[in-house]
Design a protein around this ligand. Sequence first.
Ligand code: PLP
Length: 452
Amino acid sequence: MTQDDTGAARVPVPQRRILATEIPGPRSKELASRRERAVAHGVSSSTGVYVDDAAGAIVRDVDGNCLIDLGSGIAVTTVGHADPPVVQAVSEQVARFTHTCFMVAPYEGYVAVCEELAKVTPGDHEKRSALFNSGAEAVENAVKIARHATGRQAVAVFDHAYHGRTNLTMALTAKNFPYKDHFGPFASEIYRAPMSYPLRDPEGMTGEEAASRAIDQLSVQVGAGNLACVLIEPIQGEGGFVVPAPGFLPALASWCADHGIVFIADEIQTGFARTGAWFAVEHEGVVPDLMTTAKGMAGGMPLAAVTGRADLMDDVHPGGLGGTYGGNPVACAASLAAIRTMRELDLPAAARRIEGQARPRLESLAKQHPEIADVRGRGAMLAIELAEPTSLRPDAAAAQAVAHACHAQGVIVLTCGTWGNVVRLLPPLVIGEDLLEEGLEVLGAAIGDVLG
Ligand SMILES: *Cc1c(COP(=O)(O)O)cnc(C)c1O
């Protein structure tokens, strides 16, 4: 048991939903008003609660409300909040040393994380990794490496893609508002191709056909010989949990292999057990040349990586990659503990169990409500898309209303999608069956209230 500011014993976070006040409660509202005058308004929050502590799949707010977390801080706390092995590893590492800079005085944790990355990522070939602080930074570096190794400049990305908020990654991201609006000029040599989006593609279009459409466009508009890399999320995250039709990813990867184009899988949201496999490309038998990871890999500590073919990675000269904080020792300790938890608890299997429990509930909701145009995703990365039933015109207002109704009832769900009309679920993979059931019931009731 830990202690709070007054030295009084803290009550452990219970694994159940508790509504102690209206949500947000008075203390959260007080913090919201302090925030108004101190925090830049460009940084926004989707819920109105301020966190006191969290454990497992529960976030407790400063008013004592205990919320079921079906968002995991955007797919980060895959091993659960305050996973005991992560807490212990972080505490021990903090007490030993917090920073020496790997580029100055290196340490074992960094090396060990890179060894783990080589083991858990697909492919038996020789691999190298470099560590960074954020997903966007990993994506930037993957592009740097692909350009250096190929001597080419052009980068292909897809409709609905999300790759981050830095200058290069804004250019790689598809959606203008809120990510790019009035933040230009953007980096050049970025080309966007059509994604496979089964709900909105012509009826019956196969993955191979969707890949041909993208490949044809890139061949004609850019030229395969000018492309350094094709960068793709195997299941799109912020873009709406779009799962490409089967065959799409393998066809793209084989076209890349035929033309010396580096195939980069952005597994920042999908990686580390989230989709029921260690990495989402495994569902399609694809072995990427380079992979970016972040979010779920370090139990909530900021850590990101580029992992890939040794010949590509090692093409870059010493000093060409790095950063002051990249692969911070505390984040590395957290990551090693989180990966151990993923193995010991078989979290890929847990993600498949979550899908087995949640998908039928979402599908039965879709039968009741024709405005639910699609139920999709894999493992513990599931979503519903809300649209007008015949025209498929996106209904962002409904998605927002559903999310707000869930928050008010103590369940954190997030929205996403190019049109903001997708409600997504990203529970910690350690969530108990009962808690998930309760969360889904609250979601079902919210959908009933909003859609009638
Ligand atoms: C979140 C995300 C990023 C950006 O990661 P940050 O850590 O927020 O910079 C990049 N790609 C994908 C697929 C993501 O989901």
